[in-house]
Design a protein around this ligand. Structure first.
Ligand code: UDP
Ligand code: MG
Length: 332
């Protein structure tokens, strides 16, 4: 290739280069995909964008539909993972192939309306590097909202920086933040909190939230609990410190009580009335101990996972009209 051809090539590449990358993790979402894609195309009509759909090991017809969509639209890039890795690893896998200057994530189920994306982009263009979103009158089950609210409070307290809603996945990031997240390759990645840690100029905006129209939530209570644990232990030592403080207080109280009981034994002589009180105290101690051991175990488990450095995701194939695929994974 001569100089002119090279220059020409670079220019077409620059023209092709999307400015905005939308990343959507997809797990068994055959019912919503087409609707999602048409909504996104409508919302982004005035943007140069690419749409990265990460198939997180779906078992239904998701894979086929994705390939059809990629065949029909040059903006669509399909990232096929080798199996189900979970929502956040899937998002990070999508991050590893983005080309845009601004990156926006959202869920496939249209609970976050795509019409809100231009408002996120506006904040990114105003110089914010992380744009969070707060769900106005969130449409989710009650218990679900309570768990979220607890997680938000603990995370905010432990990170020092507050975000009202870490759970809403309709979020915007600059390319730099996204690249750093990919490089971190954390085992228990929770994307919104990681981004918050890396952000220098974050902002939060209100977005609408609607009920899931088709399909069902992919989070069972157990999965949700694991995600909550990821978030809390992944970002702070606060829980373990709280346990230590409570443990210390109980130990002091226990010591004082023993002294009192001992004094009574000396002054009043043997008495068996206190037997059940003693049992109660014993159980309280045991509870705290078990809790503490469990928490320590939780941290140790996480250190173990981090030390093994197994890949958090494995991309089997990248399908689009222009990109060639290659197998990659999320290990460093
Ligand atoms: N998801 C995923 N892998 C999973 C579970 C979920 O990629 O193992 C995707 C799912 O397809 C959706 C998003 O993550 O796009 C959020 O999932 P869901 O709507 O089930 O969660 P909820 O709205 O109940 O938090
Ligand atoms: Mg949802």
């Amino acid at each position: 290739m001569n100089q002119k051809a090279v220059a020409e090539n670079v220019r077409t590449q620059a023209l092709d280069q999307p400015e905005v990358s939308i990343v959507v993790p997809v797990f068994n979402e055959e019912a919503t995909l087409r609707h999602l894609s048409s909504e996104l195309f409508r919302a982004l009509a005035s943007e140069r964008f690419e749409l990265i759909l990460v198939n997180d090991g779906s078992k239904d017809r998701t894979g086929q539909i994705l390939i059809e969509l990629a065949g029909a639209h040059s903006e669509i890039v399909v990232v096929e993972l080798s199996r189900n890795f979970g929502q956040h690893p899937a998002v990070v896998a999508g991050f590893s192939v983005v080309r845009g200057k601004y990156v926006v994530t959202l869920d496939a189920d249209l609970q976050n309306p795509p019409e809100e994306i231009p408002r996120l982009l506006e904040q990114l263009r105003n110089g914010h590097d992380v744009v969070g979103s707060v769900r106005e009158n969130r449409q989710d089950p009650w218990l679900r909202k309570q768990v979220s609210s607890l997680v938000n409070t603990v995370t905010t307290a432990s990170m020092g920086v507050g975000m009202k809603d870490y759970g809403c996945m309709l979020r915007g990031y600059t390319r730099e933040v996204v690249e750093e997240i990919v490089e971190l390759a954390e085992q228990a990645a929770f994307v919104p909190a990681l981004a918050m840690m890396l952000a220098s100029n974050p902002v939060e905006i209100d977005v609408r939230h609607v009920e899931r129209e088709e399909g069902s939530s992919k989070y069972s209570p157990l999965r949700l609990m694991r995600l909550g644990f990821d978030l809390i232990t992944g970002f702070s030592l606060l829980p373990i410190q709280l346990v230590s403080v409570v443990g210390l207080l109980i130990a002091i109280a226990g010591g004082a009580l023993s002294a009192l009981l001992f004094a009574r034994r000396i002054i009043l002589g043997p008495e068996s009335d206190g037997l059940f009180t003693l049992f109660a105290i014993l159980f309280a101690f045991m509870g705290v101990l078990l809790l503490a051991v469990g928490l320590v175990g939780e941290y140790v488990g996480r250190i173990y996972a981090e030390v093994r450095r197994r890949p958090t995701y494995r991309i089997r194939e990248v399908i689009s009209q222009s990109v060639d695929s290659g197998e990659t994974d999320g290990s460093q």
